[in-house]
Design a protein around this ligand. Sequence first.
Ligand code: OXD
Ligand code: MN
Length: 592
Amino acid sequence: MATPLEKWIDKIAGLTKPARVYWCDGSEEEARRLIEIGIKEEKIEGFPVFRDLNHKTYPNSYYHRSHPTDVARTEHLTYVCHRDKDTAGPNNNWMDPEEAKALMAKLSSGCMKGRTMYVLPYMMGHPQSPYAKACIQVTDITYVAVSMRIMTRMSRYAIAKIGQKDDFVKGIHSVGDFDPKKRFIMHFPDDSLVWSIGSGYGGNALLGKKCFSLRLASWLGKREGWLAEHMVVIGIEDPRGNTTYVTAALPSACGKTNLAMMESALPGYKIRTLGDDIAWLNVGPNGRLYAINPENGFFGVAPGTSMKTNPNMMRTLKKGTFFPTLFTNTAINEETNEPWWEGLDGERPNKLIDWQGNRFNPGSGNKAAHPNSRFTASISQCPTLSKEFENPMGVPISAMLFGGRRAHTIPLVTEARDWTQGVFIGARMGSETTAAAVHREGILRRDPMAMLPFCGYNMGDYFNHWLSIGRKLTHPPRIFSINWFRTDDKGRFLWPGFGDNIRVFKWIIDRVNNRVGARETPVGHLPRPEDLDLKGLDISKEDVERLFSIDKEEWGKEIADGEQFFAQFGDRMPKELIEELHGLKARLKGRW
Ligand code: OXD
Ligand code: MN
């Protein structure tokens, strides 16, 4: 008797009409075979799907060049198909689920003709974790199958776990003919289904990542009483040998991956990596919040990554294990056959092939690597990996950080008075674009909890859900806002960032352990100058003051902008957060 899973696969194959169906087992040998097929048989616009790189310097590494129109997530083609539009909220594109399914069925009819349909069984989270989820994705390209093997725990175990159930997490993926006009990433929360066509790009095609682990999982979390968040998870080991676990939500382009494996500038402090992108947060039986990283790898932006900015990622990329490491849309050094990108250490090589496969002309003004070129690497290769990474229960979180790229207004670090004020800080979070040429100070985009593109339901309801989680915690983590990017009037960064960020973490963990003071201000608790460990840092007293200054006029704009942002969620906006806004306004008007 066919299982519900087998019946589902037959149904998809009946629609998409692949030449063959292959059930993956996630083994090393299988990944090698798929890479061989990608090198010898599959092509995108005439280029093989995989190409060998220099295995002496980057062991077991392969290059992938995507279709030139398919280089990033496509938010405008991403839909969350709840039964009614209001549940999806103003933060999502919405289509009626029946209409969306009819459209996807039409686009998918025969879309795998002549190709292989790979069935990928995988777990998000440690297989023994009560918080893990068993999932199945089908795809018709080896690049996605091999990437999923790196990014998830892929094995037949997921099939056994699903057994006779039919409510497993489902993903249908086909690259179609890469036509951007026929590209859609559709989410069906009621069916735990993601259906994606027309793109092979990570965020659109590795359906366990953003699509399931954030969009669908955030909705599951709302129903089941947990949180799926766009957060780094790290442990901070102090000189006493104690480790404090912390999560941090930062929008793209704010250095989340660097932070996840930062090298500390303070002796005796070490960062232990648990995750660089996604955290699932559950209320433990002891009333504390526990985090697991459901992923098993890194899918990070290559440009800007170097021994200076992120030495531990460079070591990860060069470690070489039985997991392959993939480079997508970087440039290639023609002489050494190594991947190359802007910001990598050393001189730019003389002979480069750019991300589109052409000989690079440095005078052209173009970049050799695509600005969103990526690496895909197993987390097991990370030298700073926490020994708790494989703990099925996850780690207890003592502090949660919300940050963004803000040239003004927001202090280097601020501690919220309580959970509600913390949620208010997260809900108001924003980041400035780095398009310095467009506007000197960048354009501010509100991105609550760094979840705007990833929250699978109405954000007003999402804020309420955050508040309800707080009510269940007897020992809630403290919540902080961070901002490494404050500048002076000339646009000079006031804070050195990178490894010196540990000085801010030191204050945070000392606060959590009630070892250090703070001063109360209308916006929250700030360190007094003597509370921060600035030993050995070349920073003036004036710059430290500027990092913590609170400008009434700037805060006036901040509040007005936040108020406008909240207004779009209408009645769904929790009254507690509106009260926080009024409270902040009143405190700033008063004497302090
Ligand atoms: C990512 C993103 O790729 O947030 O992680 O865009
Ligand atoms: Mn991300």
